[in-house]
Write a new protein. Structure first.
Length: 107
């Protein structure tokens, strides 16, 4: 089981710390809130990164020679609090030598 910690720094700034003591600065949605990532966008980044690891693992197990992988995540949120995501669209761009389209589609 994973456990993370979020510490309030000041104003609308926080630090998120993972189980291996790596950290990320998180701030509010306005430019006056600080230098960190927006929480909702950090959620989309985590989704994209988590699925990228899986896609890369699957393609490597299928002996595909991947030279690049990009993930774009687009999330549509409600306009009012609590700003729930209503749709999330994930697009993968895979590059490599001699990639099997079937292997990439199955990943």
């Amino acid at each position: 089981m994973a456990e993370v910690q979020i510490k309030w720094v000041e104003k609308r700034q926080f630090v998120g710390i993972d189980s291996t003591r790596h950290s990320v600065v998180i701030s509010g949605t306005g430019p006056e809130d600080g230098v960190g990532m927006k929480p909702a966008e950090l959620l989309l980044i985590a989704l994209g990164a988590c699925s990228a690891f899986d896609v890369l693992d699957i393609l490597e197990k299928k002996r595909q020679k991947v030279t690049g992988l990009e993930v774009r995540v687009h999330g549509e949120q409600d306009p009012e609090p609590p700003w729930a995501f209503r749709r999330i669209h994930v697009t993968y761009r895979v590059r490599g030598r001699g990639l099997s389209s079937k292997a990439v589609e199955d990943a």
